[in-house]
Design a binder for this molecule. Structure first.
Ligand code: 1HE
Length: 266
């Protein structure tokens, strides 16, 4: 059952934040504007991710209303000059870095439009669940702008430069199934069930040892950016850190004592 949150996160009016035990659910809450990402909404996401309660082990992000997120709030862009444009993009980078490189894994529950900055936000999360109503697009080209929320860095790592180029140049819209096939989402579920699926996955993720989750979030993407030689060294260091935690020792002993579940085929 969902419980309200208190403390630092309680005053964030553009996010509806509830707790499900050790999982925090964070819902973008501007449905009348299709959850378009205004400056205050980006800032509130940043605040939320740097102030997660200590006992939280995983986060789910979803969107209120008919769509996950319509991307950048275009009404804020009209009067921006060059300097403030750089700072604006850097503000998004800080917020989305706080998601990708925070303390705990983040699962995105997608439905309806996942477009422009909405796809940039989803790509900063660690696992993405799409329902059948989900569609993906990068309409920046037709709006006369470029991605600025980390999309050029993160989205090609999911789908490849060629597919992203196609979306941006031609305005192509991917269905949920096309998005999953291209790597934009890892799960496809019936319409209206992505949040339930994301919460179930988050609960599972929250049951892992925190240092294992941290290694996956922080070491994997960095190793992918390193040479083979450096990557192998980073892997050895991270592996040694993870396996020497008391929690890892307990879990390994539980398996050897036949107290831990085995891996089963689905
Ligand atoms: C908005 C925005 C927005 C809706 N900024 N106000 N993103 C886009 O180019 C996508 C623009 N949005 C759309 O194409 C559609 O709104 C949707 C497909 C997402 C949803 O359609 P629909 O029919 O459900 O809603 P609507 O009637 O279009 O929108 C409802 C209201 O939300 C309406 O305002 P209203 O005052 O007339 O009620 C819309 O103007 C408003 N709205 N989307 C501002 N994006 C860091 S760089 C990132 C670059 C980008 O993200 S570029 C892509 C921007």
């Amino acid at each position: 059952a969902a419980q309200p949150v208190e403390g630092l996160l309680a005053g964030l009016d553009l996010l509806e934040i509830t707790r499900h035990g050790v999982v925090l659910q964070l819902r973008l809450n501007r449905p009348a504007k299709r959850n378009a990402l205004s400056d205050p909404l980006i800032q509130q996401m940043h605040t939320a991710f740097v102030n997660l309660p200590e006992d939280i082990r995983a986060v789910v992000i979803s969107g209120a209303g008919e769509h996950f997120c319509a991307g950048l709030d275009l009404s804020e862009l009209v009067e921006r000059d060059i300097g403030s444009g750089v700072l604006h993009s850097r503000m998004w980078h800080a917020a989305f870095d706080a998601i990708q490189f925070g303390r705990v894994p983040v699962i995105a529950a997608l439905h309806g439009a996942v477009v422009g900055g909405g796809l940039e936000l989803a790509s900063a999360c660690h696992v993405r669940v799409a329902d059948d109503s989900t569609y993906f697009a990068l309409p920046e080209g037709s709006r006369g702008i470029f991605v600025g929320g980390g999309g050029s860095v993160r989205i090609p790592r999911l789908m490849g430069v060629a597919r992203m180029t196609d979306l941006m140049l031609t305005g192509r819209v991917y269905s949920a199934a096309e998005g999953v096939a291209a790597g934009l989402a890892q799960y496809q579920v019936p319409t209206g069930t992505s949040l339930d699926k994301a919460l179930a996955l988050a609960t599972r993720v929250a049951g892992n040892a925190p240092m294992s989750n941290y290694a996956v979030m922080h070491a994997l993407p960095r190793i992918a950016d390193q040479s083979q030689d450096q990557g192998l060294m980073t892997e050895s260091l991270m592996a040694a850190v993870a396996e020497s935690t008391p929690e890892a020792q307990d879990r390994l002993r539980a398996f050897l004592d036949k107290r831990a579940p085995k891996v089963k085929p689905t």
